[in-house]
Design a binder for this molecule. Structure first.
Ligand code: FES
Length: 125
C-alpha cells in the first residue's frame, strides 16, 4: 500500500492477536498456538508483513484459544497449534475464511462463557 514518496500506510499488512493472558486461553494452549503461528510466518519469510502479537484477554473467554486477524476483522476460536498452518495459509495469508474455526458470537462485545460451563478450570488471573 504505497502512498507518494515511498511512505506506507502502516508497518504491517496484517496484525494477528493471540490471546495468551486471560483466564481460559492460556490453559487451552494459546501460547503454543502463538508460537506455531510465528513459526509459520517466519518460515514463509513474512515477518516484515505479518505480525503475530501476544495479546491480553479478548473477552471471548471459553471460546479459545482466540485469534483475531486485523485489519480483516476475522476472528477464530479453539485454535490449537495443530491448526496454525491451516489458519496461516488460508485466513492470514489469503484472507479466506476457515469455517471450521470461525468465531461467530451472537452479539458485539464481551462473549464470555460462564465459568461453570468451561471445559477447563478457571485460573486466578
Ligand atoms: S482468556 Fe482468551 S479471550 Fe479471555
Amino acid at each position: 500500500m504505497i502512498i507518494g514518496g515511498g511512505l506506507i500506510s502502516r508497518p504491517y499488512e496484517k496484525v494477528v492477536l493471540v490471546c495468551i493472558h486471560g483466564r481460559t486461553c492460556p490453559r487451552q494452549g494459546s501460547l503454543e498456538t502463538c508460537e506455531a503461528l510465528r513459526e509459520a510466518v517466519s518460515t514463509a519469510g513474512l515477518t516484515d508483513k505479518i505480525r503475530i502479537v501476544k495479546s491480553g484477554c479478548l473477552a471471548q473467554c471459553g471460546h479459545g484459544p482466540m485469534v483475531a486477524i486485523e485489519p480483516d476483522g476475522s476472528w477464530y476460536g479453539s485454535v490449537t497449534a495443530k491448526d496454525a498452518e491451516e489458519l496461516f495459509s488460508g485466513p492470514i495469508l489469503c484472507g479466506t475464511i476457515l469455517e471450521r474455526l470461525r468465531h461467530q458470537p451472537k452479539r458485539h462485545g464481551k462473549n464470555v462463557i460462564a465459568p461453570d460451563q468451561w471445559t477447563i478450570p478457571p485460573s486466578k488471573e
